[in-house]
Every structure is written in structure tokens, then in C-alpha cells.
Design a protein around this ligand. Structure first.
Ligand SMILES: Nc1ncnc2c1ncn2[C@@H]1O[C@H](COP(=O)(O)OP(=O)(O)OP(=O)(O)O)[C@@H](O)[C@H]1O
Length: 449
């Protein structure tokens, strides 16, 4: 197991030495700072398991450090060392989120006890956080583990994140997790579906308006930016924003200021922007329907969610989890899920990804008989439910072989192009054909863009 590390913040060399010796004897490494600014530098560059800080420091007090650690959402228990008898300060520190306190002169037995407890809490919190994420964002495939570790990393900073992926693949869920795991988690997460707002109301919805600024503005109204102040704004379907609003959004992001409709003055806002779309934003930039400058602003870090069919190993776990959840919500026993049904699911393309899987399971739970869900209970669309039944479907319906094959080809080409953001070279590689052959087929099928 990794040796725990404690950050000791005190301006008195004797106390630093005493704490260092005691902790080292407990097999705990220490790192020392003489003041708040040194401590902040160390916190930014290293990760610690515990922080012990004196209250009175040359450049501020220990409470500033408690605030700093809380605001950044660092999973770090911090204990303050207070002057003898200053209980009110100790309580204040704990209200702010300090783990515990010690009074001077430091009693070594009490110190050892506190450190022992704090380290346990720190480990337990990490395990708990990991468990919660795993419960929410299901999947143990390598792709999903990578997504979880990226979420953990990007949650810690403030960079705008652009989440790409097919419909229903979990973009909003990931955005929520980034918010929840970051330092803004105690403020609002405001999710907006940009495609669902009428264009004429957009400016007022985003930035608010003043009473009387237009007919219908019967009172002052806050916009999304103000609602998310201090927190996170998630722009879902960001590709659907009209160009006129893209300009205003860019300004708001760059200047960190907004001007409500009808208001003379600008208002400062502090919002982290996360955005998502299932469309190919890079291609829209090329075509001129999405502003390049805004694209670069919102796409500082891209997180791509793989479609469910690219991580079939996750399907059994997701099925088990969702079935248990649905059965509990409906107060019915969890049915058995037979192997053949699981195999069929693993071969299904899931154009609607996890959302579609949820629907399939909900329907199966409602309609199945007995205590087992079988292939027929899944009610998958016939043309997609697997190659064998697909072929028999063709026979049954006497569709011409030519048009059936064209249909299959069209689906495969479109899926590969979407997965590769319409990059024809990489799509051709994925499909195992030459670039020229892909172009020929696209032309033949009328899929040229
Ligand atoms: N890995 C996952 N584990 C558990 N549930 C998931 C996972 N991915 C998605 N879901 C669930 O699937 C549903 C759809 O997810 P979500 O709304 O986040 O998708 P989306 O990509 O934002 O969709 P859209 O593009 O349509 O807005 C939600 O109920 C979500 O909880």
C-alpha cells in the first residue's frame, strides 16, 4: 500500500519538526509549508491524504486553507491546530468542513488518534466516490474504465469539455458526473437542450431579461447563465444553436459577463461550460453552420463516448443492473435473463444505445411471463435483431435481394462514417476497403454529402 502523505502547515519550525517526527514514526510521509501560499502551491502540485494546519499564519489563517480545499473539492481531510481554549475558532473551522482540530500544546496521543481517523476517512471517501461512479456510469470494459478515469481528471479543472457520442450513449450522464465530482458540485448543474428552445426566445432564456424589455416580459427574469452561476451549464445539442446566439455565447464565455435583454449593464458570471451533440461539429464548422471560434472555445477537451455496440462486454452488467433497478421500482421480483436473450442483445446494433436498452428491458419486464426473460420478450426490431432472423425476414417478405443488400450496406457505411466523424479515410480503414471504393459506394447509394 502507498505510504500516506500529510501536508503540515505551520510557521514555527519547532512545531513542524515535532509533527514531522511523530508522523514519520507512524509511517506517514510529511511535506511542510510555512504559510498559506506555499501550502496552496503544494496542494496544486501534489496529492495529499491529510492536511494539518496551524490557525495563525503569516499570510492568513487556517480557515482560508479549509475554504480553499473545500472549494476545490479536494478529497482531503484537513485538521486545524488552534490556540489553547479557542473553541469557537475550532467550531468555525469544522462548520467550514475541517475534519477535526487539535489544541496547543499538541498532545501527541491525541495527534496520533486524529491522524489515524483522518486517514481512514480519506481512504473510505475515495472508495465511496469510486463506488458511486461505478453504480451510476455502468460498464467495466476498457473503454468505459478509460471514460471514468477521464471524468475524474477533467472534473478537477475548469476547462470546457465537449462530449461527443451517439444519441443515448450517456453524454448528459457524463456531464452530470463531471459536475458532481468537481469543486462546483454544491452549486447548480443546469442542463439545456439547445434544440428545444424557440429561436426568438433564446437570448432571453440564456441571458435573462428586464421587465418591459419586450411584450410579454412582465417581470425581470434570470437566464440560464445566472441560474448556473458558480456551477455548470450543460449545453446539450449545442449544434442546434443559431449563428446569432453563437456570437453572444462566445462573448459570454470569453468575457465571463452577460447582458440580460433590456439591461444597460453587464453582469459577471462564473460558469463552467460543458457541451454535447451527436452531430459532427467539426464538419459543421467546415460547412459554415457552426462558428469556428466558438468551436475552439467549447472544445478545449473532447470526451468521446463509444456506442454501446462497441463495448458489448458491458451489456451483461448493464442488463443486470438496470433489471434490478426496474424490478425494484415496479415492486416485482428480478426475473432471470436467459443466455439466448443476452446473446441476441450482444449482436444488436443499439442505434439508441443505453437509452434504447433501458426501453427494451422495461418493455420486457412488463410483458414477460413466468420468471425468465427470453428472446421473444425483447421485441427487437426485426431487421436489426441479428443476422439469422434478418435473413429469414427477407425470405418472408420477398424483398429483392439487391435492395436488401443495399440497405445493409447503407447502414454499415453510415455507422462507420458517424463513428469516424465523417472522416472518409478512417471510415474506409475501419470497413476494410479502399478510400476509392468507399467513395464509389457512397455515390452509388446516394450518401455523398
Ligand atoms: N454507462 C451507462 N450506465 C448507466 N446508464 C447509462 C449509461 N449510459 C447511458 N445511460 C442511461 O441512458 C439514458 C440516456 O443517457 P443520456 O441522456 O446521458 O444520453 P445522451 O447521450 O445525452 O442522449 P441524447 O444525445 O439523446 O441527449 C439515461 O437514462 C442514462 O442514465
Amino acid at each position: 500500500m502507498k505510504m500516506p502523505v500529510t501536508l503540515v502547515v505551520d510557521d514555527e519550525p519547532d512545531i513542524r519538526e515535532l509533527l514531522e517526527i511523530t508522523l514519520n514514526r507512524m509511517n506517514i510521509r510529511t511535506c511542510c509549508a510555512e504559510n498559506i501560499s506555499q501550502a496552496k502551491q503544494l496542494l496544486a502540485s501534489e496529492s495529499f491524504d491529510l492536511c494539518l494546519t496551524d490557525m495563525r499564519l503569516p499570510d492568513g489563517d487556517g480557515l482560508d486553507l479549509v475554504d480553499y480545499i473545500q472549494e476545490r473539492g479536494l478529497l482531503l481531510p484537513v485538521a486545524v491546530i488552534t490556540a489553547h481554549g479557542s473553541m469557537d475558532i475550532a467550531i468555525k473551522a469544522m462548520k467550514k468542513g475541517a475534519f477535526d482540530f487539535l489544541s496547543k500544546p499538541v498532545d501527541l496521543a491525541a495527534l496520533r488518534q486524529l491522524v489515524g481517523n483522518a486517514l481512514q476517512t480519506s481512504q473510505a471517501k475515495l472508495v465511496e466516490k469510486d463506488r458511486r461512479t461505478r453504480d451510476t456510469l455502468l460498464g467495466e470494459s476498457a473503454l468505459m474504465c478509460e471514460i471514468r478515469s477521464k471524468i475524474e481528471k477533467v472534473a478537477r479543472n475548469q476547462a470546457p469539455i465537449y462530449i461527443s457520442g451517439e444519441s443515448g450513449s450517456g453524454k448528459e450522464l457524463v456531464a452530470k458526473l463531471i459536475h458532481q465530482q468537481g469543486p462546483r458540485s454544491n452549486k447548480q448543474f443546469v442542463a439545456i437542450n439547445c434544440g428545444a428552445i424557440p429561436h426568438e426566445l433564446m437570448e432571453s432564456e440564456f441571458f435573462g431579461h428586464k421587465k418591459g424589455s419586450f411584450s410579454g416580459a412582465i417581470a425581470d427574469k434570470q437566464g440560464f447563465f445566472q441560474a448556473a452561476d458558480g456551477g455548470t451549464l450543460f449545453l446539450d445539442e449545442v449544434a442546434d444553436l443559431p449563428l446569432s446566439l453563437q456570437v453572444k455565447l462566445l462573448r459570454a464565455i470569453q468575457e465571463k459577463k452577460i447582458r440580460p435583454v433590456g439591461e444597460q449593464h453587464e453582469i459577471a458570471v462564473d460558469v463552467r461550460i460543458l457541451s454535447a451533440t451527436h452531430k459532427d461539429l467539426a464538419k459543421m464548422v467546415q460547412e459554415g453552420s457552426f462558428r469556428q471560434d466558438l468551436y475552439y472555445r467549447i472544445n478545449v477537451i473532447e470526451l468521446n463516448l463509444p456506442p454501446l455496440r462497441a463495448r458489448v462486454d458491458d451489456i451483461p452488467q448493464i442488463v443486470a443492473h438496470l433489471l434490478a433497478r426496474l424490478a425494484k421500482a415496479n415492486a416485482v421480483p428480478v426475473p432471470h435473463f436467459n443466455d439466448a436473450a443476452l446473446t441476441v442483445l450482444k449482436r444488436y446494433a443499439f442505434p439508441g444505445n443505453v437509452r434504447e436498452l433501458e426501453n427494451i428491458l422495461e418493455r420486457a419486464l412488463a410483458l414477460h411471463e413466468g420468471d425468465c426473460i427470453e428472446v421473444d420478450d425483447l421485441n427487437l426490431p426485426p431487421s436489426n435483431s441479428g443476422s439469422i432472423s434478418e435473413a429469414s425476414q427477407v425470405r418472408a417478405e420477398k424483398i429483392s435481394l439487391e435492395s436488401y443488400l443495399e440497405d445493409v450496406e447503407r447502414k454499415a457505411l453510415t455507422a462507420a462514417l458517424e463513428e469516424n466523424h465523417w472522416n472518409q479515410s478512417t471510415a474506409a480503414q475501419q470497413l476494410g476497403m479502399t478510400f476509392r471504393s468507399l467513395q464509389y459506394r457512397l455515390k452509388k447509394l446516394g450518401l455523398e454529402k
